[in-house]
Write a new protein. Structure first.
Length: 209
């Protein structure tokens, strides 16, 4: 069976795209899946994370880069070899994003806990709909029990889009481990454990549905 392509996309910077891509890759690999990362963001943050990880030893993941228009070619190759291909994209929505969306079996859209981030999500979701690709919104950097988080959850629910039940908290561990080329699941157990494992499980279930 060909591998599944998961594209992480959001036009607003600071939404946590690379953090989610890296941690999802680690979670899937720890569950026994073969995983490849594909970085299409010229900033190359995911690539730097991977190279830092590689310096620590066997990264346990494959890595490739591509321009926007090279995504299709790279995905065709990687699908034959890996269970999951996770694509990190630039923080913008334009014609360059379309090739990645077309290859996607699922589009993950991170939304940091603010109304501005919710507004930024609309254009990504619209583009995914135009390409007839399923999308899932993931609430990220959330502070539990706050009014802002409640408002964001309500706003996303009103958009009638698939929303992950798992919410990723605003935790220092995510930033710390990213700079070390690791995922939080390699940081020991903590509140983040259930978050990342839960999100990975939801995504696998959505792709199998």
């Amino acid at each position: 069976m060909p591998g599944k392509v998961i594209t992480v996309a959001q036009q607003k910077g600071g939404s946590g795209k690379t953090t989610i891509a890296a941690n999802l890759a680690v979670a899937l690999a720890r569950s026994g899946y073969s995983v490849a990362l594909l970085d299409t963001d010229p900033q190359g943050s995911l690539g730097r994370w991977f190279m830092t990880r590689r310096e620590r030893g066997d990264p346990g993941l494959e890595f490739a880069t591509a321009s926007a228009w090279g995504v299709s070619y790279e995905c065709d190759k990687l699908r034959k070899l890996y269970d999951f291909i996770i694509v990190d994209t630039p923080p913008k929505v334009d014609a360059d994003l379309r090739p990645a969306l077309r290859e996607s079996d699922l589009v993950l859209v991170p939304v940091a806990a603010s109304q501005v981030d919710v507004w930024a999500t609309e254009s990504v979701l619209d583009l995914a709909r135009r390409e007839n690709r399923p999308a899932m919104v993931v609430l990220n950097r959330a502070k539990a029990g706050t009014r802002v988080l409640e408002e964001v959850i309500a706003s996303v629910a009103a958009m009638e889009i698939l929303q992950a039940h798992t919410v990723l908290g605003h935790r220092v561990a995510y930033a710390e481990t990213l700079g070390q080329g690791r995922g939080v699941l390699e940081h020991g157990k903590g509140a983040w454990t259930a978050e990342v494992e839960g999100l990975a499980a939801e995504i696998v279930a959505a792709l199998r549905a």
